[in-house]
Write a protein that binds this ligand. Structure first.
Ligand SMILES: [Zn+2]
Length: 190
């Protein structure tokens, strides 16, 4: 279980922009999927389907919101600062971090492929840290420990997200260079 601090650290690490407005917006996107708690409280959710980490944590949900974003973005000047790719990445980063903090993929995993598959996925690489230092946030000392651990994790998560972003753009640029070279190669032979 990750709290907003960890989610926001990842989302903010996905961009090199340092506009406070953009960073706050990305931090908001990074916690948006957890608003499924509202649906749970208001009983909008199908009781047959496990309540938390379901539809709002799926790629489908992120892609749908991104399409909406893509559509409204040209109408509002401020929104142009966040590209659809960055919007999608910030949303999806939530589900991925949740999967890394999932202690039991069967019971508390992320339905990332909903609505195509209801299977819950989890890859609990961060769980040992939480179990050792902050097993539950549901008490005052537990919440303090949990928050302290997340603040400590925020730095490495921020750097890791930045590395992922840099690697992604390195690969994209490499492909661009290769495809340009391929296009130019026949001309050179001629
Ligand atoms: Zn979540």
């Amino acid at each position: 279980m990750a709290l907003p601090t960890a989610h926001a650290a990842v989302a903010v690490g996905l961009t090199r922009k340092r506009s406070i407005r953009v960073l706050l917006f990305l931090a908001f996107l990074s916690v948006l999927p957890d608003f499924d708690f509202l649906a749970v409280l208001l009983r909008w959710q199908n009781p047959q389907f496990d309540l938390h980490r379901s539809w709002s944590h799926s790629l489908f949900f992120s892609a749908t919101l991104t399409l909406l974003w893509y559509w409204i973005r040209p109408q509002i000047r401020i929104l142009k600062e966040v590209s659809p790719g960055l919007f999608f990445s910030a949303l999806v980063s939530h589900a991925i971090l949740d999967m890394l903090c999932t202690s039991n993929a069967a019971d508390h995993g992320v339905a990332i492929l909903w609505p195509f598959l209801d299977t819950r996925y989890g890859w609990p690489v961060l769980v040992p840290l939480y179990l050792k230092f902050a097993s539950s946030p549901f008490s005052i000392t537990g919440a303090l420990k949990f928050t302290s651990l997340e603040l400590l994790l925020a730095g490495p998560l921020f750097l890791f997200a930045g590395m992922m972003r840099a690697s992604f753009y390195h690969i994209i640029n490499r492909f661009k260079t290769l495809s340009t070279a391929e296009r130019e190669a026949p001309e050179l032979e001629l």
